[in-house]
Design a protein around this ligand. Structure first.
Ligand code: RP5
Length: 160
């Protein structure tokens, strides 16, 4: 199975992004975690993105806050799908990160999830990898069935 790269702009993003790691672990997806900054370590960001495909990654998850250019920066250098997680790390409550990530110009998409949406970034990565992995597809279907059962249980509780 291809690996997922979970890249964050700062270790201060980790408390949010650990939820993505937990979700990937639950699906049995191999991953690597890196702290790489588009602004503070641009050379390393470029090197990482240029070699990510050959390194065996299938999806890149990029988390960053404030002027959150990491996802777009990596996407500029790779044909891998890049999922962006805007982090709520400034006085603007994450709206700055969201707009920096989601408003990519034509040709360089970053599949942006909600502010601090780490779980969904991992689930979306799993869905991309499942296109060529029937076992992972089964796990995703089980995951969805589990969510449906949980809602049904809550519905039942409301009625009793
Ligand atoms: C962004 O700036 C990081 O992704 C982080 O969300 C934010 C603050 O970084 P630190 O100053 O805490 O390292 O680049």
């Amino acid at each position: 199975m291809k690996k997922v790269a979970v890249v964050m702009g700062s270790d201060s993003d980790f408390p949010v992004m650990k939820h993505a790691l937990e979700q990937l672990k639950a699906f049995g997806i191999p991953y690597e975690v890196r702290v790489i900054s588009a602004h503070r370590t641009p050379e390393e960001a470029r090197r990482f993105a240029l070699s990510a495909w050959e390194e065996g990654f299938g999806v890149i998850i990029a988390a960053a806050g404030k002027a959150a250019h990491l996802g777009g920066f990596l996407a500029a250098y790779t044909a891998l799908p890049v999922i962006g997680v805007p982090i709520r790390s400034s006085t603007l409550d994450g709206l700055d990160s969201l707009l920096s990530m989601v408003q990519m110009p034509k040709g360089i998409p970053v599949a942006t999830v909600a502010v601090d949406g780490a779980d969904n970034s991992a689930i979306l990565a799993a869905q991309i990898l499942a296109l060529s992995d029937p076992v992972l597809r089964e796990k995703l279907l089980e995951f969805k069935a589990g969510m449906a059962a949980e809602v049904a249980r809550k519905d039942q509780n409301m009625q009793s």
